[in-house]
Design a binder for this molecule. Structure first.
Ligand SMILES: Nc1nc2c(ncn2[C@@H]2O[C@H](COP(=O)(O)OP(=O)(O)OP(=O)(O)O)[C@@H](O)[C@H]2O)c(=O)[nH]1
Ligand SMILES: [Mg+2]
Length: 230
């Protein structure tokens, strides 16, 4: 049926308008209203996200090529906390958790989808909603599988995606993971620092737990840097 009859037809038809013209006008109005509502929802979501992230807690996001061990690390860091003190964290979302690093420092930690090389532009857009969280992080934990023969190309690929989502200027800590697979003489350890003494990279194994204390130390320092900046 026509919109006019559905709406009861009271004063809907403008002077000289055909029924078809009236319907078109009503549909256009409806589309405009829906667009405005959609815009409103988007704005609300952005505001909610901002207030969550621009609170007092520094937000850390795990990023990295697929299969490097991001989720394993996420689980290891958060599960250790759950076992130590179940009340200590609140689940904020499927993949965002509050993580207590020491008495003074707690942060938000989020897991993200793995990046892949040559991600088509359209796909980046499709992932955009997930990656929006990444772009809002204060610190990126860039996990790397140091035993992968192409780990350097994978780092570049991840950084390319980060550029596409305007996240290339967020401070990064490189986490070289899976050092348990390296031979004793290949194995590195400790925190690598830049000339200002800021943490740049750490060597860890999620599997055997080595380097996780160094990682926490580096994270605590970087969480503090957020406030030092201002
Ligand atoms: N040897 C070894 N294997 C590891 C380590 N950390 C993770 N893995 C393995 O690496 C594989 C991938 O781990 P995930 O945690 O799923 O990797 P991810 O980065 O979350 O992968 P996506 O979600 O696909 O991007 C799993 O088989 C893990 O068991 C590690 O420290 N040493
Ligand atoms: Mg994962």
């Amino acid at each position: 049926g026509h919109l006019q009859s559905q709406r009861g037809g009271i004063g809907l038809r403008g002077p000289g308008e055909t029924r078809l013209e009236t319907d078109r006008r009503l549909i256009r109005q409806k589309i405009t209203r829906l667009r405005q509502q959609l815009q409103q929802v988007r704005r609300q979501r952005a505001t909610q996200r901002k207030s969550r992230y621009q609170g007092t807690l520094p937000a850390f996001a795990l990023v990295g090529y697929t299969n490097v061990g991001k989720s394993s690390l996420f689980n290891r860091l958060t599960k250790a906390q759950v076992m130590a003190e179940d009340q200590l964290f609140a689940t904020l979302d499927n993949t965002v958790r509050r993580l207590y690093l020491n008495d003074q420092t707690s942060v938000l930690l989020s897991d993200t989808v793995g990046f892949i090389r040559d991600l088509p532009h359209g796909l980046v857009a499709a992932f955009a909603a997930t990656l929006e969280e990444t772009a809002l992080a204060d610190v990126l934990l860039h996990v790397v599988d140091i035993t992968h023969p192409e780990f350097e190309r994978q780092i570049d690929a991840v950084n390319t995606v980060l550029q596409e989502i305007d996240a290339e200027n967020i401070p990064q800590l490189i986490i070289y993971n899976k050092i348990d697979k390296l031979s004793a003489e290949q194995r590195m350890q400790g925190i690598v620092r830049d000339i200002h003494g800021r943490p740049q990279a750490v060597y860890i194994s999620v599997q055997d737990g080595s380097g996780l204390d160094d990682l926490r130390t580096a994270m605590i320092e970087m969480a503090g840097m957020k406030y030092a900046k201002h």
